[in-house]
Design a binder for this molecule. Sequence first.
Ligand code: ADP
Ligand code: ADP
Length: 227
Amino acid sequence: MALLRFDHVSKQYPGGFEALSDISFDIDPGEMLFVTGHSGAGKSTLLRLIHLSERPSRGTVLLEGKNLAQVKTRRIPFHRRRVGVVFQDHRLLMDRSVFDNVALPLIIAGVPRGEIGKRVRTVLDKVGLGNREKALPIALSSGEQQRVGIARAVAAQPLLLVADEPTGNLDPNLAAEIMQLFASLPAQGTAVLIASHDLHIVRRLQKRVLVLDHGRLIDDYRPASSP
Ligand code: ADP
Ligand code: ADP
């Protein structure tokens, strides 16, 4: 069964602008892929329909075969245990420690207290920040801050991680490092969908790419070497 399925999905914003038109595709468990396209093509909208900050106007989005329309607004924090989100501006709490930033969504999602410390330390080790848990984000470099954002998103061990231009503010070396970190996640069972307009990075990783153009899915290609 597909991990995620878009089935003839369209999204109109209030005012009538159609940001996505009749989109259908599947993502397999543990797959890594990109969605690319010009500014305004609909990439962020597509991700918002997955992390439920927006709802489709037509069609269905299914996670493990279940229609996300059935996830009530008050259950969205639980949905985000299964679907993690990474933002370009990472949206860290600047007055809380690295540890607290990563722990907070776990607390909200109701993970037992006794388990939280262990989970947080495990993911911080994974992103190479095991020795920075007491630091405030302001004391970290932008690449390190983005790694905290990723640690926060994967702490709940999501089935799927969606990232919106996660390397948009980083220099090319840091961007490559962050992409390598994403590329390591499927091995741990988390599928990864990254919105990026940086074709250089996208091509270099040799993964499946969905291409949006004015809200339409115009291409879905898989490099021959991609598993
Ligand atoms: P991308 O991420 O590819 O730049 P977006 O999904 O952000 O594209 O936007 C797609 C289109 O939908 C754009 O024309 C944008 O202006 C419009 N749009 C995005 N969000 C809203 C909104 N909340 N209300 C109205 N229009 C929106
Ligand atoms: P996100 O980080 O969630 O993708 P953005 O920073 O792209 O959000 O947009 C911030 C907010 O502005 C979102 O709620 C989005 O829906 C809204 N927005 C984006 N583009 C437009 C637009 N053209 N008209 C109205 N609202 C918009």
